[in-house]
Design a binder for this molecule. Structure first.
Ligand code: MG
Length: 370
């Protein structure tokens, strides 16, 4: 089987409401997503998506995804999509780095691999572990009351896991952390994600001031080194997110005891093939994970759901479903949808999501060029 054509669509995904991270430093209203269709000589088609959470969240942006795909197209055309490791190695040789640009192509190859094998992607990634995966509800930085209103909206849909976005400063963040933690029922958990906003001095002050509250903090500071410094001077569980990009980053986290939890976002680390490498290392090393996408439609979320479903339940704390925060649904009724605050990976062969062509519009690029 050979890949004969790559069709690229650009899709705007407006958020249901403006969303602020990192203490309001980062604000988002619409995401620029790239959806890819790989066609093969035996008629199978695979779908993938890469959607950075705007251009400011990570060193990634929508036009960069499409430029990367243009660069990679000659390497991808003619390859067998079922040989995902071979394809991954070939893409790394053709274009070092630019992991987020590789993710859509890699995910589409896994979709074809699953369809060719007659199996859902989770079964190719290691098997379907039982049970549903809790969805973490993302609560943008806002006033305490407004953040609680957002949590109540999630509660109405069965969510029990929440991530409160903080980062406005010591006094306001301490008030927010104590208030929201105090609103949790025994069945609920809230963690606090600074999205790199704090200097180590602020982070150490804040975490030590709430030493009595057993919550997890995520990505307190900009760099790995700054987060590790916070880890050494505080006692809370810490997860790292934005500063984990490559496999060696995760090995370093483990070797230096820099955090207890890995936030694995498939787009950031380059797709499902590289995601599987990191996931398997974390299972072997005893690191719990949050497994999710950086953003996107139900298509991107389906890939995350398959990696999470094939991860032992003790190691998967939760996922996040960014499709829930956008106003466009590219595949109505399909894919991993919220059931009482949880999701399950689809059971159809491949990813189990086929976008509606009418919603995608005309392609912005086709390879080989017509
Ligand atoms: Mg995070």
């Amino acid at each position: 089987m050979k890949i004969t054509r790559i069709v690229v669509h650009r899709v705007d995904l407006p958020l249901t409401k403006p969303y602020a991270l990192s203490g309001g430093r980062l604000r988002f209203e619409t995401l620029d997503s790239t959806v890819v269709r790989l066609e093969t000589d035996d008629g199978l088609v695979g779908w993938g998506e890469a959607c950075p959470w705007g251009p400011t969240y990570l060193p990634a942006h929508g036009r960069g995804v499409r430029a990367g795909i243009a660069e990679l197209a000659p390497t991808v055309l003619g390859r067998d999509p079922r040989q995902v490791e071979v394809l991954d190695q070939a893409m790394d040789r053709a274009l070092p780095g630019h992991l987020y640009a590789k993710a859509a192509l890699d995910i589409a190859a896994w979709d074809i691999f699953g369809k060719a094998a007659g199996l859902p992607v989770c079964e190719l990634l290691g098997g379907r572990f039982p049970g549903r995966i809790p969805i973490e509800g993302s609560v943008g930085t806002d006033s305490e009351d407004e953040m609680l209103r957002t949590i109540d909206g999630y509660r109405n849909r069965g969510y029990r896991v929440f991530s409160g976005k903080v980062g406005t400063g010591i006094t306001s963040d301490l008030a927010r952390i104590r208030f929201l933690h105090g609103q949790m029922t025994p069945q609920e958990t809230v963690s606090f994600d600074a999205n790199r906003a704090w200097l180590p001095s602020d982070a150490v002050t804040i975490l030590n001031a709430v030493r009595d509250i057993p919550v997890r903090f995520e990505q307190p500071c900009e760099t790995f080194e700054a987060c590790r410094q916070v880890r050494r001077l505080t006692t809370h569980q810490i997860s790292l997110d934005e500063c984990l990009v490559t496999f060696p980053d995760v090995v370093r986290l483990y070797a230096e005891s820099a955090a207890e939890v890995v936030n694995l976002k498939i787009n950031r680390i380059g797709g499902l093939t590289k995601g599987r490498h990191i996931r398997d290392f974390c299972v072997g090393a005893g690191l719990a994970m949050l497994i999710m996408e950086t953003g996107g439609s139900i298509l991107a979320d389906a890939a995350a759901a398959h990696l999470a479903q094939s991860t032992p339940p003790a190691f998967r704390i939760a996922t996040w479903m960014p499709h829930d925060m956008v106003r466009v649904d590219l595949a109505p009724g399909q894919g991993p949808r919220c059931i009482d605050g949880e999701i399950e990976a689809p059971s159809e062969p491949g990813l189990g999501v086929t976008p509606d062509l009418a919603l995608l519009g005309d392609p912005v690029a086709v390879y080989p060029r017509p």
